[in-house]
Ligand binder design. Structure first.
Ligand code: NAG
Ligand code: NAG
Ligand code: NAG
Ligand code: NAG
Ligand code: NAG
Length: 429
């Protein structure tokens, strides 16, 4: 089974020990995570090991367990019986005799919160109507819920529909796939693009979605009538690398190409409204108000005012190309990811307020956790990094066999999706 239950027992001692470990490791070698197998064993105080699953705490046990490349730092990990979320709560129950549950929760809150005083607000966010049994009292979990695999094609983009019921993903296969989050059945859209699909986004509150491609086009689809695309937008003279719908004026669609051209389209009239320069890798509208557009081009992120088309900020500080950007749900913060660095910017000041370096992993994608606003999920090579940007602490979760090219989240279901060059898409909660 490839299912793992990853329980975050983030007590302070563990975190401190781990950061010491990391420092030592960094001094010892500057290379990636490949040869760090076993360091996790030195991290956890042995008192935390549940006697029921002793083998999973050895490197041998992990090798048997599946696609693990290394023991995640800061994590206590238990081989699950393969039943996913249900076993997750069982595992949590099993854990209770082995630790002081009250203090465990305190420690989890402490990891996730801004400061000790904010913990209640963060857990209030979990008590949504869609979450009948809020995990707050049981601790924070982040485990693989499901996995879907293409036959032999890298997946490079994914996005949830507004209601969280469908995950769309696409990539080298040249046709988008719709994954139903209730039945877990998949359905392909027709193969109309002639080259790789680079981005897929749902129109907010709609059954429409759009895809962008190396074939220089953007296509509009209606998934309730999926026999063929509704429209093909042409005009880009280079590979279209990214697209996004405006969160409020949802007839407004934006796309950018490899030459830095950003095109605004009216979806209803099928017309190009405006062309500006400034985005080569990815563009994303600010959520909720849609006042700003973030555009990544080489090592710079530009923030454009969508109404006036003026540039509000030029965010500089990355040394290499910015691969992706993501906003938090409030639209106050923007994260930008280059291979070696993640920066979080405040859009009211234009300042970088938090940053974390990759320590050898190759960062590529990011998404803010749907339930924990301080937690940024970063996609790298094979592993996800869960970074509490306020506390500047992170945990590594082995996730894929290749680069994690794209991440998505649904505030409705609390689900995170990861799309990878290993030909698979995974769901996490
Ligand atoms: C999508 O297709 C359905 C079914 O044919 C139709 O009722 C709906 O109006 C279409 N929506 C759009 C935006 O074209
Ligand atoms: C598009 O590219 C071709 C060659 O690559 C060039 O001849 C043409 O002028 C370009 N068109 C525009 C509008 O930039
Ligand atoms: C999916 O794409 C839409 C439109 O581009 C965007 O508004 C929405 O935030 C995206 N969903 C997620 C969960 O990222
Ligand atoms: C989408 O639906 C939600 C919930 O009904 C609503 O709050 C939001 O304003 C809608 N967004 C748009 C762009 O219509
Ligand atoms: C965040 O943590 C990393 C590694 O633990 C450290 O190198 C970096 O200086 C810290 N950043 C801040 C702003 O404290």
């Amino acid at each position: 089974s490839r299912d793992f239950v990853v329980l975050f027992r983030t007590n302070w001692r563990l975190l401190q020990l781990t950061s010491q470990n990391n420092r030592k490791r960094k001094q010892a070698t500057s290379s990636g995570p490949a040869n760090s197998t076993g360091t996790g064993n030195t991290v956890g105080p042995s008192a935390n090991s549940p006697p029921s699953t002793p083998s999973t705490h050895t490197p041998e046990g992990l090798a048997v367990a599946g696609n693990m490349r290394h023991v995640p730092k800061n994590l206590m990990m238990y081989g699950a019986d393969g039943t996913g979320l249900a076993s997750s709560s069982n595992q949590m129950d099993d854990l209770e005799p082995f630790g002081d549950v009250g203090s465990l929760d305190d420690n989890v809150e402490s990891f996730l919160s801004n400061d000790e005083g904010d913990a209640r607000d963060i857990f209030a966010a979990l008590k949504s109507p869609t979450e009948p049994n809020p995990p707050a009292s049981k601790g924070f979990t982040f485990s693989e819920v499901n996995c879907w695999r293409t036959s032999n094609s890298k997946i490079v983009c994914c996005n949830f529909s507004s209601d969280g019921k469908i995950l769309a993903s696409a990539g080298h296969e040249k046709k988008a796939v719709l994954w139903n989050m209730e039945t877990f059945q998949t359905q392909y859209l027709p193969e109309e693009h002639s080259l790789i699909i680079t981005d897929v986004r749902f129109r907010p509150n709609s059954t429409q979605l759009a895809t962008s491609s190396f074939d220089r086009t953007v296509k509009l689809w209606n998934i309730t009538d999926p026999a063929f695309s509704q429209h093909t937008f042409t005009g880009h003279n280079y590979s279209v690398t990214s697209l996004d719908f405006h969160p409020k004026k949802t007839e407004l669609l934006c796309s950018c190409d490899g030459n830095g051209e950003i095109r605004y389209w009216n979806v209803a009239q099928h017309s190009c409204i405006r062309v500006i320069k400034g985005g080569t890798a990815q563009i994303r509208f600010q959520p909720s108000t849609g006042q700003f557009l973030a555009a990544a081009s080489e090592s710079v992120v530009s923030i454009f005012d969508v109404e006036t088309h003026t540039k509000k900020y030029t965010l500089q500080g990355h040394n290499t190309d910015v691969q992706s950007v993501c906003w938090d749900n409030t639209g106050e913060y923007l994260a930008s990811v280059s291979q070696d660095l993640v920066k979080v910017w405040s859009v009211s000041s234009g300042e970088c307020i938090h940053e974390v370096s990759s320590n050898g992993n190759k960062f590529h994608s990011c998404v803010f956790h749907p339930s924990y606003p301080n937690l940024l999920v970063i996609g790298g090579y094979q592993s996800l990094e869960l970074w509490n940007m306020v506390k500047n602490q992170s945990m590594t979760v082995p996730a894929h066999d290749g680069l994690i090219a794209s991440l998505a989240q649904s505030p409705v279901t609390g689900m995170v999706a990861s799309a990878s060059h290993d030909n698979s898409v995974k769901l996490w909660k």
